[in-house]
Design a protein around this ligand. Structure first.
Ligand SMILES: Cc1ncc(COP(=O)(O)O)c(C=O)c1O
Length: 469
């Protein structure tokens, strides 16, 4: 990160925390330069950047001031759903119609599940692919299918270790993206008709997997900042024969909620008491904005009850389809299920990622990516505050690239989706995240793409459509 970007982040943090309130003057260039020990040109560049992000504005001959909208006056949501409900799932048609809308490259991709490909080091990865394949011993082309690329496994285990999770290498199963791992985990611990506790709202593929495996959903409400409602979960576990839980403890999709460490520990203790396995979907783990990676529930696992699923799809290599699960006591069974279905993710893709992790500068790339996503979040929040109708609420995730909007009651997000699409703008309407087609007046918007004049115009158009409901 450049010096002026770092300094801009410091000021943005003061604004976000309320230390600098709307209307306050930000330190003059001379003052800031002296106090923070940076050059006047660094301060200028930082202030231009904050101006671009919509956080401050210049007043002629008076200096820079925090914008009225800079603290994102859209209120934060309070909770997601009412109580736990048990439901058969039937959302696939709806999900596919939304996914279809994303195929047109000219559509503004607010509905997309991925960040912009421009944010990934694809040329460097290609070099890693060439290098790894040139040096690959012949026997590895076959051997790495069953066991997975040994360097990749070691690199993944090392990243767990650095983030405070002890893991036996044998626990790791490399998969075709996290989605395969999640599917296999669920298959491993359930039979058709069983009950599975999931979040409300939940990642739509969770619902599709339950639908495909003929499982029943027990929807647990999620607080937009604090994560699942533990009291409701405890009650459901006491009353119902729940066979597994599938939760995201950090940067939950779509709300962005992250549980505190105490809450993660309490969740683990609750599940341990009932001996209900947890499938922990942690694909956004690397996209936190703060200085410390959030710990997964897996870090509290004493007896292999947690299956922790991760992926490179969101942070490094979308399309390479390389993910994994640290499968705890279920690892061997998961591995066998994989051998009975897809056998293995592509060996060259595994080798490329292993080489990149060793030599490509993954951590440097991640720092840049997180920074881009955070400043794009600022831009989308500020833009929503300018254009969306009063009464709109929004989540404030501390990472990732999604915002969850709750619009005034009159808004029907499925209609909003159609009207926006007709104007070349996609979005992910609330009902695709719910087994009961709830969240009718909500939508998930992606800010994983560099913020441009086109993004700003698209928000303005959405604002006009919303105002007409
Ligand atoms: C919450 C969540 N879990 C899992 C996945 C699937 O990840 P992968 O592409 O590694 O299969 C996604 C991708 O959209 C996701 O958002």
């Amino acid at each position: 990160m450049k010096r002026y970007e770092k300094f801009a982040d410091q000021i943005a943090q003061l604004i976000r925390s309320g230390m600098l309130a709307p209307g306050d003057k930000v330190p003059s260039v001379r003052h800031a330069s002296r106090t923070y020990g940076v050059s006047p040109s660094t301060v200028f560049q930082a202030y231009y950047l904050l101006e671009d992000r919509g956080l401050i504005s210049a007043r002629p001959r008076s200096g820079y001031f925090v914008r009225e909208l800079a603290q994102h006056p859209l209120a934060e949501q309070e909770t997601s759903a009412q109580s736990a409900r048990t439901t058969a799932v039937d959302v696939s048609e709806l999900v596919f119609s939304v996914l279809d809308s994303l195929k047109d490259p000219h559509t503004v991709p607010f509905g997309s599940a991925f960040p912009s490909p421009e944010l990934f080091p694809l040329p460097r990865l290609a070099r890693s692919m060439a290098h790894a394949l040139r040096d690959m011993p012949a026997h590895a082309v076959i051997a790495d299918m069953t066991a997975g690329n040994p360097d990749l496994r070691r690199q993944i285990a090392l990243r767990y270790m650095v983030s405070g999770v002890r893991l036996a290498l044998e626990e790791l199963v490399i998969s075709n993206g996290a989605l395969e791992a999640l599917n296999l985990c669920l298959q491993c611990v359930t039979s058709p008709g069983d009950l599975v506790a999931i979040e409300a709202p939940a990642f739509y593929a969770t619902l599709q997997v339950l639908e495909r495996l003929q499982l029943q959903a027990v929807e647990i409400p999620v607080h937009p900042r604090e994560g699942i409602d533990l009291a409701t979960l405890a009650d459901s576990l006491a009353r119902l024969p729940v066979k597994a839980c599938w939760f995201m403890s950090s940067l939950q999709n779509p709300l962005g909620a992250s549980m505190s460490e105490e809450k993660k520990r309490a969740l683990y203790e609750l599940l341990q008491q009932h001996q209900v396995p947890l499938i922990e979907d942690d694909v956004y783990a690397e996209l936190y904005y703060g200085s410390q990676p959030p710990k997964p529930v897996k870090s509290f696992d004493r007896d292999g009850l947690v299956m922790h699923c991760g992926s490179f799809s969101k942070s490094l290599a979308p399309g390479y389809r390389v993910g994994w699960v640290a499968g705890g006591r279920y690892a061997e069974q998961i591995s066998r299920l994989k051998l009975m279905t897809t056998i293995s993710p592509s060996v060259p893709a595994q080798a490329a990622i292993a080489d990149y992790l060793q030599h490509g500068g993954y951590d440097r790339h991640l720092r840049k990516l997180r920074h881009a996503l955070e400043s794009q979040q600022d831009a989308m929040l500020a833009s929503a505050a300018r254009h969306f109708p009063p009464g709109t609420r929004v989540s404030r995730p501390s990472g990732g690239y999604f915002l969850w909007f709750e619009f005034p009651e009159a808004v029907d997000s499925l209609q909003l989706f159609q009207l926006a699409l007709a104007q070349g703008i996609s979005l992910a309407p609330g009902p695709i995240f719910s087994a009961t087609r709830g969240f009718r007046n909500c939508a998930r918007l992606n800010h994983g793409h560099p913020w441009t004049a086109q993004s700003e115009r698209a928000m303005e158009v959405l604002g006009r459509i919303l105002a007409a409901f």
